[in-house]
Design a binder for this molecule. Structure first.
Ligand SMILES: [Fe+2]
Length: 525
């Protein structure tokens, strides 16, 4: 039984004038009610600093954003070292970095049922502005976060700069890339999944998971706590709003809807999925529209950046049919054209297709997990296609590309994580006709750490690029991808670090590509 997080007590909005009449900082205690609200403690005593997991913001709108934090004075202890009681958390949002001009503030309740997380949906802000925010509980004040609203819906912004990331296996290395990312001049960050890895602590690793494989809610909560104690990750969250979606490892490797490899009964797996989804919600800056209900959680959604870009954020795990041919790398087979095979599920596919058709944006960005290009790969002398990726769901993959083409969708650009490599792909209409027209562009971003140190010159690069001429770039270093969009063109920079197994790696721009609006082909910049 999951107790609902909402409704929260109403935020107590304070007018700007009344705040300025007092003081401009959290020292202005009078502005934060100490009155106990039912069983909510407004004067808790913590055993240590409670904001050990940092702060975050997400899902920006022209007039608002979600502010997130979670109280965990002992992050690696069960329940984060928190007592089983609800705690009042105050928040402030200002329009200056010094936090002297408060534009809104209020209180929220952090409950043990939701691991003392706080999700404040601020509204009434001005479009395309930077804001700074902070939380306070029991006399302790959080780190300061910076966030930004998106431009007004009816405007055409001159540019959008964002970075996208994925796959941050804690044990594989240091999150140095996040330290670099936190200093980028960007409007937002998109996370494409594998925020945690669910496995047990490995015998040999750069850093160790603190616990065994995640199965229960307590396990998943502890795993998020460990990842979120990372200072580089905290800096990246505090630097800009994030738009997040998940892949498989937020639950378990390569799960498909209610199915995982092995003998686990469906009902048992759905309990695990419910635990994993709840822990995900608790730890991400998501709106209440994503609040999980048992094993179900609505994560696919659409966010806009004026008329410059629409982000169609997808969930390719929760509704898919099982991987055909028993998963893995397999040759082409008629079963891949089974019309019942789906990654999106019917409802999400209809939502995506109609949303693309209605979109008035210059750039239509699909923020999703798994490669769309039908790349022929070699593993242990066997050539084939990954059954976990779009080519394993070939019927639906072709349907998506046909939709781009037939409905004349404006500038579809797919963002992909999952495979721990950097690729730049032209998505051609027919992958059996290698000279067929390009209908969309796909940028695959490497991992933050997963896979450990990579290389700018992978051994199999020549063969891969020769056999798959629509692949224009391939690199296995770690890092992130930075994109700059204008009404005329899209520019992508592959930002990489040469190592993650020790701290302090420098940042490089290994390759840059440009796509002109109206022409999905890739040009090396
Ligand atoms: Fe991954």
């Amino acid at each position: 039984m999951i107790t609902p997080l909402y409704p929260l007590p109403h935020a107590q909005a304070i007018s700007r004038r009344s705040f300025l009449a007092g003081s401009a900082s959290f020292a202005a205690a009078a502005l934060f009610s100490n009155a106990a609200r039912g069983a909510v403690s407004s004067a808790p005593k913590f055993s240590a600093y409670p904001f050990s997991l940092g702060v975050a913001s997400g899902d920006p709108l022209p007039d608002g954003v979600v502010l997130w934090t979670r109280l965990a004075p002992q992050p690696l202890d069960p329940a984060g070292g928190m007592p089983p009681e609800s705690i009042e958390v105050s928040w402030q949002i200002c329009d200056d970095e010094a936090m002297t001009r408060v534009v809104q503030s209020g209180t929220a309740t952090a409950t043990p049922d939701w691991s003392h997380s706080v999700h404040v949906e601020v509204s009434g802000l001005r479009p395309a502005r930077w804001y700074w925010y902070q939380f306070k509980a029991g006399g302790e004040v959080s780190a300061k976060g910076r966030t930004r609203t998106t431009p007004a819906a009816d405007t055409l912004p001159e540019r959008l700069r964002f970075a996208f990331v994925s796959c941050q296996h804690y044990e594989n290395g240091f999150f140095t890339a996040y330290d670099h990312l936190s200093r980028e001049d960007i409007d937002l960050v998109v996370h494409l999944g594998d925020y945690i890895y669910e496995g047990a602590a490995a015998a040999k690793s750069v850093r160790r998971h603190s616990s065994g494989a995640c199965v229960t809610l307590a396990d998943y909560r502890l795993r998020y706590s460990q990842y979120k104690t990372d200072a580089d990750l905290q800096r990246a969250h505090a630097a800009a709003p994030w738009i997040v979606t998940w892949d498989d490892h937020e639950v378990v490797n390569n799960y498909a809807n209610d199915h995982i490899a092995g003998p686990t009964p469906r009902a048992e797996f759905l309990l695990r999925r419910a635990a994993a989804y709840q822990a995900y919600f608790e730890n991400m800056p998501l709106r209440r529209s994503a609040l999980p209900h048992g094993p179900d959680m609505l994560l696919y959604r659409r966010l806009s950046f004026g008329r410059l870009a629409n982000f169609h954020v997808l969930d390719t795990r929760q509704y898919r049919t099982p991987q055909p041919q028993g998963d893995g790398l397999k040759p082409a087979h008629p079963v891949l054209m089974d019309a019942k095979g789906t990654l999106l599920g019917e409802q999400q596919r209809d939502w995506l297709f109609s949303g693309l058709e209605r979109s008035a944006a210059t750039w239509n960005v699909l923020a999703q997990q798994i490669p769309v290009a039908r790349v022929r790969q070699m593993k242990n002398e066997i050539a084939g296609y990954s059954m976990d990726q779009w080519p394993g769901y070939e019927f639906e993959r072709r349907r998506l590309l046909r939709h781009f083409h037939d409905r004349k969708i404006r500038n579809p650009v797919v963002l992909t994580g999952d495979i721990h490599c950097n690729w730049a792909n032209e998505l051609i209409a027919d992958f059996d006709e290698l000279d067929s027209r390009t209908v969309a562009t796909e940028f695959i971003g490497t991992s933050i750490t997963s896979g450990g140190d990579g290389t700018a010159t992978p051994k199999n690069a020549d063969q891969l690029l020769t056999e798959n001429p629509f692949v224009k770039y391939f690199n296995t270093e770690r890092g992130y991808v930075r994109c700059e969009l204008t009404p005329q063109q899209w520019c992508t920079d592959y930002r990489t670090v040469p190592f993650v197994t020790k701290p302090g790696a420098p940042l490089n721009t290994r390759a840059s590509f440009v796509v002109e609006s109206g022409h999905p082909k890739l040009h090396r910049a």
